[in-house]
Design a protein around this ligand. Structure first.
Ligand code: PRX
Length: 650
């Protein structure tokens, strides 16, 4: 845990840059404290004020927070709204010709889309979806490259009250099929392919394979012609251009209840099956818009760029809904940071004069390794604010980001949040809060974060414990689609007094700053992507030659964590060339079952796994072995201690 140690000894403090603070929406610690006090003294009044400030309601809400059916909290009930109106229509009177999206493709070609064009394309697709019989409440799966049409598809669903579920384009056909079936979607929107790092991503082929393997509810597939090479199936497939051609130029938005589900997004948990996190329209939009304004301090003249894919929550809150609710100009990038070379991000910042840049620690670490001379070739003077998300950022990477990318003038917003929280929870307001490298700093006003022990009792400074949120907030998860019992069990365990359990451990320092330490459950964080160890284990044991498997994480310099799998094969334990071949087979297999992001970095074979006498796999020991350490301490409960040396390769 080098990262944790360095974080524990970190004591540098960076006060807000006065030039930044002078123009910021929330420009002093006193202003932050006043907002916190407002939320503390009148919680509902505070959120009602923000909900009115950031969201346009078709019918005003009358109840702010309904806690009568906890933990099924309801926000802004009786209120009606449409998310696409909030992201597009309401800007048109003043911003029709403002650029909404600067889209840079993998090959460097650039398209610009104004808010008016965004409107027209969303409306055309929404009408197209209606013509296919999609109506309010229907689920639509979106499996797209990182191109504007991904956001357009999301907004078109929102316009007609359909519930979208975006599946990251890096997931395999198998993973896609499981998600399609869990949502019960009738329709998939995809593209003939995408481009990443000069390579084609065969999205349509994956959709075909998913359906071939059994998606009984899917009636139709809409195919955006990104490459122009789609093979279409007569009855089922329709191209995006054919569907949208000749559609009416208006599409009355369906005004939905505040609690109407805006989307489902699958994320990993402690068990094998991903969870379909359900978000509500009104509350989600309030927090998404408000955090983009407060944490990123976005203004009309900013050029904002969030590098996340729309397949993750960051792409929902900080690419599609949040920035568009504020009517800002943003960059969208199809490709990867290393193509055609490791200067791509910095060249793009110069090319598009990006002022607010939001990326992940894993990207920062990978680009830092290439040396300061790479970013030095680009003019980064347009930047005024930097953000990070996805995992704890180690102070070394934070300092590099600050010094080399931010020119020591840009505040860094280290934003802690989750798929389930919908929006930033703990993050510095950049004009108000002094930052410390490696800390996500203080909860946003209105977010009641705390550290508690396993009994739900508050614990003091500098002690690690469970990170919880003690009061409901508007953009919180509403349930797990199709598994409400799991929702209650995972996030509101009885002994925690009704607090929301984030699943992270953290500590607060003497000044109340939060330092995230890592997950408390069997969830890995690989390059900022959440992967359940059980999910990878289930994939491994599904292979006909595998008898048993256990997966653990191991600290990794760039990815944060890497995936190490311990595998027991049916028959003899493979050795030498046979082991090498089996490693390749299993890595490819996991890529096929889940996606390349879940491929184990390392696979070790054993005759058995270390188990207790009751048969429970001792992961604690495997985590040590993955790091090359023979476990110290008590192994007396182990059924088969000799296995440890074999797995260690001694
Ligand atoms: O462990 C925390 C880590 O990522 C988890 C949430 O993952 P996901 O739902 O995929 O959402 C990622 C984007 C919000 C958290 O439980 N995490 C996220 N941001 C941070 C973080 N850990 C430390 N610092 C962060 N800023």
């Amino acid at each position: 845990m080098n990262n944790l140690e360095s974080i524990l000894t970190e004591n540098r403090v960076f006060p807000p840059n006065p030039a930044f603070a002078a123009k910021a929406r929330i420009g002093s610690r006193a202003a932050y404290d006043a907002l916190v006090a407002e939320a503390n003294s009148d919680y509902e009044g505070f959120w009602a004020r923000l909900a009115r400030e950031f969201v346009t309601w078709d019918t005003p809400f009358s109840t702010v927070l309904d806690e009568s059916n906890a933990p099924h909290y309801r926000w802004f009930t009786e209120g009606k709204l449409n998310a696409s109106v909030n992201c597009i229509d309401r800007h048109l009177p003043t911003k029709a010709s403002k650029i909404a999206i600067i889209a840079e493709a993998d090959d460097g070609s650039v398209r610009e889309i104004t808010y008016q064009q965004l409107h027209d394309q969303v409306v055309a697709l929404a009408n197209g979806l209606k013509s296919l019989g999609i109506t309010q409440g229907d689920r639509v799966v979106i499996y797209m490259p990182m191109i504007p049409e991904a956001s357009i598809a999301m907004l078109a669903c929102a316009r007609i009250g359909a519930i979208h579920s975006v599946v990251f384009g890096g997931f395999s056909a198998e993973a896609l099929r499981d998600r399609i079936n869990d949502t019960g979607a009738r329709l998939v929107i995809t593209a003939d392919g995408g481009m990443r790092g000069g390579r084609m991503v065969p999205l349509k082929a994956a959709v075909d394979k998913a359906i071939e393997n059994g998606c009984p509810n899917i009636e139709q597939v809409v195919v955006f012609e990104r490459l122009g090479n789609a093979t279409l199936m007569a009855e089922r497939d329709i191209t995006w251009s054919a569907l949208t051609a000749g559609q009416p130029t208006t599409c009355p938005p369906v005004m939905v209840d505040a609690e109407h589900p805006l989307f489902l997004l699958y994320t990993s948990g402690s068990t094998g099956k991903p969870k379909g996190v359900q978000h509500a329209t009104g509350g989600f939009l309030v927090n998404a818009a408000m955090t983009n304004a407060w944490v990123f301090d976005l203004n009309d003249d900013d050029v904002y760029w969030c590098t996340a894919d729309v397949g993750w929550i960051t792409g929902h809150s900080y690419v599609t809904y949040g920035p568009m609710a504020l009517g800002v100009t943003q960059v969208m990038f199809e490709g990867i940071p290393s193509y055609p070379d490791g200067g791509r991000f910095w060249q793009m910042i110069e090319r598009h004069k990006v002022s607010v840049f939001y990326t992940a620690p894993t990207a920062i670490r990978a680009l830092m390794k290439l040396g300061d001379e790479v970013p030095a070739k680009s003019d980064l003077s347009s930047l005024r604010l930097l953000g990070t998300v996805g995992e704890p950022i180690n102070p070394e990477a934070w300092m590099w980001y600050h010094r080399v990318i931010g020119g020591e003038r840009c505040p860094i917003a280290d934003t802690w949040w989750q798929t389930e929280t919908g929006a930033h929870m703990i993050a510095p307001l950049p004009g108000a809060i002094a930052t410390k490298p490696g800390s996500c700093t203080l909860p946003l006003p209105g977010i009641m974060a705390a550290i508690v022990n396993d009994e739900g009792e508050l614990i003091g400074p500098n002690q690690g414990g469970n990170l919880v949120i003690t009061r409901p907030w508007p953009s919180m998860i509403r349930t797990i689609w199709g598994d409400d019992a799991r929702f209650q069990r995972s996030y509101f365990p009885e002994k925690l007094k009704g607090y929301y359990l984030a699943g992270d451990s953290a500590r607060r320092d003497n000044e109340g700053y939060f330092w995230i330490m890592g997950r408390i459950d069997d969830v890995l964080n690989v390059s900022g992507h959440r992967l359940g160890t059980m999910e990878i284990e289930s994939a491994l044991v599904a292979h006909p030659l595998v008898a048993e498997a256990a997966v653990v994480g191991k600290p990794h310099e760039i990815k944060g964590e890497s995936i190490v799998a311990f595998v027991v094969c049916k028959g003899d334990r493979p050795e030498g060339v046979a082991a090498e071949a089996m490693v390749k087979t299993l890595r490819d297999w996991v890529a096929e079952q889940i996606g390349p992001i879940a491929k184990p970095d390392e696979i070790r074979f054993g005759d058995n796994l270390p188990k207790t006498r009751s048969g429970k796999i001792m992961r604690r020991l495997l985590r040590g072995i993955a790091k090359g350490e023979l476990p110290e301490g008590d192994v007396s409960t182990l059924e088969n201690p000799a296995i440890l040396e074999q797995l260690l390769g001694k």
